[in-house]
Ligand binder design. Sequence first.
Ligand SMILES: *[C@@H]1O[C@H](CO)[C@@H](O)[C@H](O)[C@H]1NC(C)=O
Ligand SMILES: *[C@@H]1O[C@H](CO)[C@@H](O)[C@H](O)[C@H]1NC(C)=O
Ligand SMILES: *[C@@H]1O[C@H](CO)[C@@H](O)[C@H](O)[C@H]1NC(C)=O
Length: 451
Amino acid sequence: MAPKIEVLVPFLLCLATAFIPSLNANMLESDEYLRELEREYDPYWWQKYHTSIIRNQAAAFLDPYAISGNFTAAISMDILGKNGGRRLLKGKNKGAPCVATNPIDRCWRCDPHWADNRQRLADCVMGFGKNTKGGKGGKYYVVTDPSDDELLDPKPGTLRHAVTRTEPLWIIFSHSMVITLQQELIMAGNKTIDGRGFDVQIAHGAGITIQFIQNVIIHGIKIYNIVSKNGGMIRDSETHYGHRTRSDGDGISIFGGSNIWIDHVSMRNCSDGLVDVIMGSTAITISNGHYTDHDHVMLFGASDSYSGDKVMQITLAFNHYGKRCVQRMPRVRYGFVHVVNNDYTHWEMYAIGGNQNPTIISEGNRFIAPENRFAKEITKREYTEESIWKNWQWRSINDEYLNGAFFIESGPELKNRPFSSKDMITAKPGTYVGQLTRYAGVLPCKIGHPC
Ligand SMILES: *[C@@H]1O[C@H](CO)[C@@H](O)[C@H](O)[C@H]1NC(C)=O
Ligand SMILES: *[C@@H]1O[C@H](CO)[C@@H](O)[C@H](O)[C@H]1NC(C)=O
Ligand SMILES: *[C@@H]1O[C@H](CO)[C@@H](O)[C@H](O)[C@H]1NC(C)=O
């Protein structure tokens, strides 16, 4: 009997994940799903896969500790001022129309002429995605048509037409619009999607796929109510289209990509993850986002057996994890994640978790635990004995714990961080992170005014 059950149970689990992905594991975590994707690759995708592995390796930083330390130094400099003055707290900009409260925003937001020089945004990224240029240097492409009716031969003026062009493009919008994607939006490299100036929403359809490409910026759009789609024939570049299996219902799926920056995006209620980063993706910054109404928020590394995710380096900065977020902010396998100055105001199960020896440096975040006394722990090590995870480097530096939140640290201590907890967080509970993330999510930018 036993062998029969062993065969049956995984089979049933597979079915469950295939049909109701949001109830069980994240769909991408099923090895069968990934194998099915691989089977679908034609020579064109295999080529992209192999090129991407090489490019992603090259995009990763040899010394991730230096990059994360330098980012922290830049933030503390910005907050404390070079002479240690508490610039931010003095309310220097009080009453002024624009207050950029963190160093990424400070780089562009208060310029009333931002719309005349949109590509300047590409110089503002920090953290592991810092070399991302997106469509910088390319032409502007104005999306005028919210429709998505032609998957093989997208109409000029649609977002699908824009993102599948070969040349670098800085994609903007002519007016506010809701785009309902009929199938996943498969992007080509060297693109920026810049929603500033209008209310641009991607909703009620498929999500965005960044697969085996480099150099993408997504800024200032809302993504919500994303659902799984059946797949079919879809164009993915000017020179290629092909059959795709079912898309998984992620808001943004980064699959073997590098040099990616997602900034000021508001996301909620997608049927799989909000942002999933898998299959050897790296050099990524996700910043200034606002996330609500979601169970599996962010999955970094989907497979226990895919050690190629050791290359993964991701910075999460100035994000606000808000109402009705349940777990995985993020859940990490193998990679190196710098979680810096994020505001965790809600979780139901845990905030940061993972397995397979990921490195997690949690720095200057605010964690407000839920009322449930069994969910006060910020961290969760999945499926691993303490004798093993005690060696994983999960460190909490200058984090602020409220309402009984606690972070269980492990592994080697981090040294040489540039500011002390006295300077940053504990001296003024909540103030820094509250300020730094105050404008998380889409900004209501008006052309001709500071944002
Ligand atoms: C970090 O900052 C130091 C000093 O400012 C600089 O010398 C070093 O090159 C920076 N490292 C990286 C990886 O950016
Ligand atoms: C993007 O641009 C770089 C040059 O800046 C080029 O080498 C690369 O091939 C482009 N990538 C794609 C996917 O078009
Ligand atoms: C979440 O999205 C699904 C799919 O679009 C929708 O049916 C459902 O009503 C949404 N839930 C909320 C709370 O918005």
